[in-house]
Design a protein around this ligand. Sequence first.
Ligand SMILES: Cc1cc2nc3c(=O)[nH]c(=O)nc-3n(C[C@H](O)[C@H](O)[C@H](O)COP(=O)(O)OP(=O)(O)OC[C@H]3O[C@@H](n4cnc5c(N)ncnc54)[C@H](O)[C@@H]3O)c2cc1C
Length: 366
Amino acid sequence: MIVVGGGAMGTAAARQLAGRGRSTMLLERFTIGHANGSSGGPTRIFRYAYHRADYVRLAMAAREAWHELEDASGERLLQVTGVLDPGPEGLRRADLLDAAGVANERMRGAEARQRWPGLHLAAGADVVFQPDAGVLHAASAVIAQAALADAAGATLRQETTVTEIRPGVDDVEVRTSDGESFVADVAIVAAGAWAGPLLAAAGIHISLRPSLEQSTYFALDRPDPPLPAMIDWLEDATQPPYLVPNPWEPGAFKVGLHMAGPVTDPDTRTFDADPSRVDRVVEYVTSHVPDARATGRTDTCLYTITPDEDFVLDRVGPIVVASPCSGHGFKFAPLFGGALADLAGGVEPPFDRSAFRIDRPGLAVG
Ligand SMILES: Cc1cc2nc3c(=O)[nH]c(=O)nc-3n(C[C@H](O)[C@H](O)[C@H](O)COP(=O)(O)OP(=O)(O)OC[C@H]3O[C@@H](n4cnc5c(N)ncnc54)[C@H](O)[C@@H]3O)c2cc1C
C-alpha cells in the first residue's frame, strides 16, 4: 500500500496499515512534522460540539482513538482544558451534546468571567462549556504517528514528491519527482491542499479549495485557572474567532478567524501574515482577554475546503481519497487512520460515512 502525504491523516493511515501487517510506503514531499500544510503548529482544538449528531458521535469515537494513540506512543497528546461556545450556536450544539450524553454546562457570560477571570465575555451572553473537551498537541501527534508507523515496519520516504498517480484495473502506479515508479494494490491520497490537482490527473474530479488561514500568538501571565479553548459564535457566526490555549506552555494561546482566508495555491502561496486579520484578532483579544499581550508571532496554515465543509473519505478503484480538513479534521486523525486502512483493505469503516462519500452532489466541481 502507498500513502501519499505525511500530515495528520497520512501518518495515521500509514500507522494503521503497517500495524495490520500490510506492506506500507509513505511518500512525503517535505519532512514529517513540517508546517507548510495543514497539520503544523503547536495546537488544535478537540471538541464534541458540532452542528450535526453524526459529528458528535465521531468526536466521541475519536476520543477513544486519541487515548489509544497516547497509550501506544507513551505521550500525552490531548490535554483536557474544556471548550467554551458562546452564542446561540453554542446552545443549539448543546442540545445535540445532551442527546448524545456528552457532558456540557450552560451558563451566562458573567459566570464564565467568574470562573475564568482572564476572559471577558458579555455578562448576559449564553455560553456552553464542554468540560471534557480540550487541546491536541498537533505536531507531536503527527510525529508520534509516523514513529509508530516506522516501528511497525512502514517505509517513510521524506522529501519525495509524488508527481503522478495512474490507476489501473487492479493496481495503481505512483511516480515521483526522483523518476521512481511504485506499483501497489491501493494508494491512499492524503495530500491535503495539494490533493485536488493530483486527483484530477488521476481522473477524480472533486471540488477542494485551499485557503490561506492564520493564527496569531498571545501570552497571559499566570492565568488561574488556565484558559479553556473557545469558539466565539457570538462575535461572528460565519468566521468565528477561536482561541486555543497551549497547555504545554502555560499562559500561551493563539487566536484565529475560522475560514477567513483567501483562496490560495499551496505551491506559490505566501508565508506572510495578512496584517488586516492580525489587527482584527488583536482587537478581539484586547476586548476579550485584556491582560494578554501579543507576542508578535503569526503563523500561516492551509485549509482544504469542500463546498459543504464535510470531509471526503472514500475509495474509487485502487485510490482511497482522504481529505478531512475544512478546518476541523485534526481531531479525527487517529480515528480516520483506521477508516482509511479499512477502505484500503476493502472493508467499510465502523461508522456512518455517508456524508463523506465522493459522489455526493455537494462535492461536484462547479
Ligand atoms: C490554522 C488551522 C487551524 C485548525 N484548527 C483545527 C482545530 O482546532 N481542530 C481540528 O480538528 N482541526 C483543525 N484544523 C484542521 C486540521 O489541521 C486539518 O484537518 C488536518 O491537519 C489535515 O491533515 P492532512 O493530513 O489532510 O493535511 P496536511 O497536514 O496538509 O498533509 C498533507 C501532506 O501531504 C503532503 N503532500 C502533498 N502533496 C504531495 C505530493 N505530491 N507528494 C508527496 N507528499 C505530498 C504535504 O506535504 C503534507 O505533508 C486546522 C487547520 C488549520 C490550517
